[in-house]
Design a protein around this ligand. Structure first.
Ligand SMILES: Nc1ncnc2c1ncn2[C@@H]1O[C@H](COP(=O)(O)OP(=O)(O)OP(=O)(O)O)[C@@H](O)[C@H]1O
Length: 269
């Protein structure tokens, strides 16, 4: 358990997801708490995105349960979970390319707000959108088309679109890819602020420096199974995690170099 102790906002309980003969998630049990940042890490294909899909309702589990706000939401459709505060960003960028950055956030908020949001006077809420864009650090792009902005900025736009729906549980899939070092630092600070305001953040992320710097708790998936859970310090030194990552070295054929993922985790000097 992490720095704070609080009851779980989200509980994934013994979830199995099978795609034909492939077991993508294998008896995964983990939780996310209000006011905390929880990391979900593991090698490519470990089942992280599938877990996100189960939590948001895009993927029905073969077995197991999802509890959210003390209710069993396993059979709830995506929109009902979203309505109750489950927000998400995707690994693949989802913004409308022909709309401006500002309008992308406006549309996300209006869709979330339902029919009444379309007839609401927009003066104050337009200002709120600009405040939100400034908060995630992309205010200067407000009038740019979404398909003309750099990838890192587009990732921050995804975050702004998710935040426009006032999520209580925020799922972030590879949020820092495309961000440079200083943008990543600012992003980490923003995540900590959001958690301090009470959000529960669950993050899939390959940047281990960021994961280790901001997460209260980390769950490690390997071949669909949670092989370790704990604080960053626990995870760094966990022999099971070290073994899993030690077994995960691959050859980068473009540069003929072996990439040792243990260094990404910071478990090997
Ligand atoms: N719709 C699907 N049909 C069949 N197999 C799938 C499907 N979605 C995922 N898989 C398989 O399930 C396993 C877990 O995939 P998943 O995308 O959840 O992993 P991941 O940890 O998110 O990987 P990455 O880090 O590469 O995004 C993989 O073997 C993948 O090929």
């Amino acid at each position: 358990m992490g720095r704070h102790s609080s009851s779980a906002l989200l509980e994934v309980d013994d979830v199995i997801v099978k795609f034909g003969g492939v077991t993508a998630v294998n008896r995964a049990t983990f939780s996310a708490h209000r006011g905390q940042i929880t990391g979900l890490i593991g090698p490519n294909g470990a089942g992280k995105t599938t877990c996100f899909n189960v939590i948001t309702g895009l993927q029905k589990p073969t077995s197991g349960r999802v509890r959210y706000q003390d209710r069993d939401v396993t059979r709830w459709p995506v929109h009902r979970r979203a309505k109750h505060g489950v927000g998400r960003t995707f690994q693949r960028l989802e913004a409308f390319g022909s709309l401006t950055v500002r309008d992308n956030v406006r549309v996300a908020r209006d869709i979330h707000g339902g029919p009444l949001a379309w007839v609401r006077p927009s003066g104050r809420s337009a200002l709120e959108i600009d405040v939100l864009l400034d908060r995630v650090g992309i205010g200067q792009y407000a009038d740019e088309r979404a398909d003309s902005i750099p990838t890192g900025t587009a990732r921050l736009l995804e975050l702004a679109r998710a935040l426009a729906c006032n999520p209580q549980l925020l799922l972030l899939d590879e949020p820092s890819s495309g961000l440079d070092e200083s943008e990543t630092d600012a992003f980490g600070d923003l995540l900590k602020d959001l958690a301090a305001e009470g959000a529960a953040i669950l993050m899939v992320e390959h940047d281990m420096d960021l994961v280790m710097a901001v997460c209260d708790d980390i769950h490690v998936l390997d071949f669909g199974q949670i092989i370790a859970s704990g604080t960053p310090a626990d995870i760094r030194t966990d022999p099971v995690v070290q073994r899993a990552y030690l077994g995960y070295a691959e050859v980068d054929h473009s540069g003929d170099e072996e990439i040792d993922h243990t260094t990404e985790l910071g478990v090997v000097s």
